[in-house]
Design a protein around this ligand. Structure first.
Ligand code: FAD
Length: 74
């Protein structure tokens, strides 16, 4: 992720002068405090099934009611 490459983040509302790594650690700590498990996998396909989505990663499949895509610009 690009965030960890930023030596200094100066424009994130409410947080002043933090490095990208420090901001990433804050995001991660917040997510973990909510008992949300982070799974790192490359996603090959997302299919809309009407009431839910099927997400395909290699041989694995997941189901979700909501998908947020944040794949960056590259
Ligand atoms: C040196 C530097 C300094 C910066 N300074 C600032 C700053 O001061 N203020 C500021 O606001 N911004 C700054 N930025 C920009 C900021 O870091 C990025 O705009 C931001 O991190 C983009 O976040 P993103 O989640 O959209 O994309 P990314 O950080 O690019 O993350 C996208 C992620 O999605 C993953 N991905 C893509 N496709 C798939 C797939 N099929 N399956 C699974 N994963 C996938 C990628 O591997 C990547 O990890 C800076 C960037 C750099 C490089």
């Amino acid at each position: 992720m690009k965030l960890v490459k930023a030596p200094s983040i100066g424009n994130y509302l409410g947080i002043k002068n933090l490095s990208g790594i420090e901001l990433k650690d804050k995001f991660k700590s917040h997510i973990e405090s909510m008992d949300i498990k982070i799974i790192e996998k490359r996603i090959n396909n997302v299919y809309s099934m009407g009431e839910y989505f099927t997400i395909v990663s290699g041989d694995d499949m997941y189901e979700a009611t909501t998908v947020i895509m944040a794949t960056g610009v590259e």
